[in-house]
Design a protein around this ligand. Structure first.
Ligand code: FES
Length: 277
C-alpha cells in the first residue's frame, strides 16, 4: 500500500501493521467486475488503479479467447509504476489480444507517447486513434478522481453510453465537487436497520448520518468516509437527505433509493436508513 499524504489508513498501515498481524477484512463489494465474455474491452487506469484492473484483464484473457483488451496506464515515472513486470508478462502471453499503452506524466519515454497528464482533452484525441471507441463493450476507469473524471467526460463526449462505463475512484482531494447545502431541520432523527437490528438516534449538528449511526452502532460499514468506496451504501426507506458528494453510486442505484450514509445529511426531521438491503 502506498502512503498517501495525510491518509488515515495508509499512515496507520505503514506505522502500525507488521508481519504476523492479522486483519479482518470485508468481502469485495463486487461492483467493479467483468465476468469473462467475448468482446472488446478497455481500461484507463492511473497509479495503483492498476490493481483491480490487472486481475480483470488476466482473468478475461485467460478464460475467454474471443476477448481483447486495451489497457491505458498513466503513471508518474517508470520507477513508480506498479505491477510493471506482471503487465509485461501478460503482454508477452497475449500479444494479439492485449494492447498496452503507457503514459508517464513526469518522465520522457524513449518510445511511444509524449509525457504529460492524461486529461480529458488528451484522451479525447488519443482514444479514437487507439481503438474503435464505439465498438468497445465495456470501459473500466480506475484511479484518482482527476483521471477518472476526465476519462469519463472524454468518453461521454465521444458518445459512449453511460452503461458501458464502470469506474472506481480511490482518492479524491478534499473540496472536489460538493453539492450545495440544502437547509437542514433544527432537529432530526435517524432510524437505521443494520444486521437485523434497528435503532433511532438524534443527528448532531453538521454530522453525517453515518457518524450518527457509528456513535451508536460501531459496526456500521464504512471505509473511506469520502464518498468514494460505496461501503456505507444504505437504502433510504423514508425521509429525504442531501449528499455532499457521490463518486461511488451509479445513477441506477440513486434512482432506486440508495444513498451514501457518509455523505448524507438530513433534509427532513425523520430519516430512515436500511443498511441490510
Ligand atoms: S465510506 Fe466510502 S463512500 Fe461512504
Amino acid at each position: 500500500m502506498r502512503l498517501v499524504d495525510g491518509g488515515a489508513f495508509s499512515s496507520y498501515a505503514h506505522k502500525e501493521i507488521g508481519p504476523g498481524d492479522e486483519l479482518e477484512v470485508m468481502t469485495p463489494a463486487g461492483r467493479f467486475t467483468l465476468p469473462p465474455a467475448p468482446g472488446r474491452y478497455a481500461a484507463i487506469v492511473g497509479g495503483s488503479g492498476i490493481t483491480p484492473v490487472l486481475s480483470i484483464v488476466s482473468t478475461l484473457l485467460a478464460r475467454e479467447p474471443r476477448a481483447s483488451f486495451c489497457l491505458i496506464r498513466s503513471d508518474r515515472t517508470a520507477a513508480s509504476t506498479m505491477f510493471l513486470e506482471e503487465v509485461a508478462d501478460l503482454k508477452d502471453r497475449y500479444p494479439d489480444r492485449l494492447q498496452l499503452v503507457t503514459v508517464l506524466s513526469r518522465e520522457e519515454q524513449q518510445a511511444g507517447l509524449p509525457s504529460g497528464r492524461l486529461d480529458r482533452e488528451r484522451l479525447t484525441a488519443l482514444l479514437p486513434a487507439l481503438l474503435p471507441v464505439e465498438r468497445v463493450d465495456g470501459w473500466f476507469l480506475c484511479g484518482p478522481y482527476g483521471l477518472v473524471g476526465g476519462a469519463e467526460r472524454a468518453l461521454r463526449g465521444l458518445g459512449v453510453e453511460r452503461s458501458r462505463v464502470h469506474q472506481e475512484i480511490f482518492h479524491v482531494d478534499a473540496g472536489a465537487e460538493t453539492v450545495a447545502a440544502a437547509p437542514a431541520p433544527a432537529h432530526s432523527t435517524v432510524t437505521a436497520r443494520l444486521d437485523g437490528r434497528g435503532g433511532s438516534w438524534p443527528v448532531e449538528d453538521g454530522e453525517s448520518l453515518l457518524d450518527t449511526v457509528l456513535r451508536n452502532r460501531p459496526d456500521a460499514p464504512y471505509a473511506c468516509k469520502g464518498g468514494v468506496c460505496g461501503t456505507c451504501r444504505a437504502f433510504l426507506v423514508s425521509g429525504e437527505v442531501r449528499m455532499d458528494r457521490n463518486f461511488a453510486l451509479e445513477t441506477e442505484e440513486t434512482d432506486a433509493g440508495y444513498v451514501l450514509a457518509c455523505q448524507s445529511h438530513p433534509v427532513t426531521e425523520r430519516v430512515e436508513l436500511d443498511f441490510d438491503r
